[in-house]
Ligand binder design. Structure first.
Ligand code: NDP
Length: 335
């Protein structure tokens, strides 16, 4: 049956201006890193994208290498779904992709050279069957390539009309400042930095948020649920249908330890007392900061998208709640 979007969708979401640009993003964006490759049926993928759009999520985040277990399969699947009726809403969507991690063999399929970035975006556009993306990101800083080369390639991509805006991802403070300066000189301003930020990974609070805020650059936070750790699903066991139970995922290695499990248990009690799930509280907490434009979630099931969007009814925190959370997050490493 032909997909027709919910006509009430824009009333179901809040939108924040991305830095001081003209672009608004939904406070919740959907990422296609996992659950949109070959491990999930295209039918389920379609249902998730349609539900997200029906709930006012207009921003879909991809990268050249997304899609387990095959690089590029998320973009291919997204292209098929666009062609199959979803694409008629193209002008109401912000579609992003990235390059920067290993993508193909040889010296031109990785990092930040002009050669890699321009070829990779051309491939991504073909896979997604698009003429342009809204945001093209350099996915991670490249210590070997002059920043000027990478930033000039990004600016040229905008001038060629293959991307409307430029983003950087995983750039720390100094690299962020320099990139913003170079892009500003090139008259193609940096739109956004996309970084990992959640209850247990808080390095951007040191300086990065201030740098972005004072430069008028937006901020998108990925893995706000620490890939699912910051939900109540792992409190007693590893469910069979969870990311931690799937091969080729990094959640267990990255996050599972006694300290984090104790933090999760204690945070869950705060969430219950607030009348929210832990996942909902984790997303609301990231969004408490004005510098943050959007939280970028992943989802294996339609219901997770619905659950997460319902935070719109309860984004605020009392001072007591914030203090209690801060104390929980101070849990020692040697518990
Ligand atoms: P999250 O931290 O949101 O983790 C997503 C996982 O959490 C889901 O797959 C699901 O796990 C679980 N989940 C989500 N909602 C709920 C819920 N309401 N209740 C219970 N469980 C829930 O984000 P990701 O780590 O997946 O990253 C999100 C996006 O960020 C990516 O798709 C990508 O677009 C971007 N990203 C960018 C990176 C970069 O370098 N720029 C790096 C990593 C991600 P389960 O499968 O167990 O159900």
């Amino acid at each position: 049956m032909e997909y027709i979007a919910d006509t009430e969708r824009y009333g179901k979401m809040k939108y924040r201006r991305c830095g001081n640009t003209g672009l608004f993003l939904p406070i919740i964006s959907l990422g296609l890193w996992q659950n949109f490759g070959k491990e999930t049926s295209i039918e389920i993928q379609k249902q998730k994208l349609h539900k997200a759009f029906d709930l006012g999520i207009t921003h879909f985040d991809l990268a050249n290498n997304y899609g387990l277990p095959a690089n590029g399969s998320a973009e291919e699947n997204f292209g098929k779904i666009l062609k199959d009726g979803f694409g008629k809403y193209r002008d109401e969507m912000v579609i992003s992709t990235k390059a920067g991690f290993p993508m193909w063999d040889g010296p031109y399929g990785d990092w930040g050279s002009r050669k890699y970035l321009i070829s990779s975006l051309d491939q991504s556009l073909k896979r997604m069957r698009l003429d342009y993306v809204d945001i093209f990101y350099h996915h991670r800083p490249d210590p070997g390539t002059p920043l000027e080369e990478t930033m000039t390639a990004l600016a040229d991509i905008v001038r060629q009309g293959k991307a409307l805006y430029i983003g950087i991802s995983n750039y720390e403070e100094i690299e962020t400042k320099k990139s913003i300066e170079i892009l500003s000189e090139l008259k193609v301003p940096c739109l956004v930095n996309q970084i990992r930020y959640n209850f247990i990974e808080r390095w951007p609070e040191e300086d990065l948020f201030d740098i972005l805020g004072s430069s008028g650059v937006g901020c998108i936070c990925y893995s706000p649920l620490a890939q699912g750790l910051l939900t109540n699903k792992y409190l007693s066991e590893i469910p069979e249908d969870s990311r931690a139970a799937r091969t080729g995922t990094s959640i267990a290695e990255r996050y599972f330890n006694d300290k984090n499990m104790l933090i999760v248990k204690n945070l869950n009690e705060v969430a219950v007392a607030r009348g929210q799930s832990l996942a909902q509280m984790a997303l609301s907490w990231v969004l408490r900061k004005d510098e943050i434009t959007s939280v970028l979630i992943g989802a294996s099931k339609v219901i997770q998208i619905e659950d997460n969007v319902s935070i719109l009814n309860h984004l605020d925190f009392t001072e007591d709640e914030i203090d209690t959370i801060e104390n929980i997050l101070k849990t020692d490493d040697d518990i």
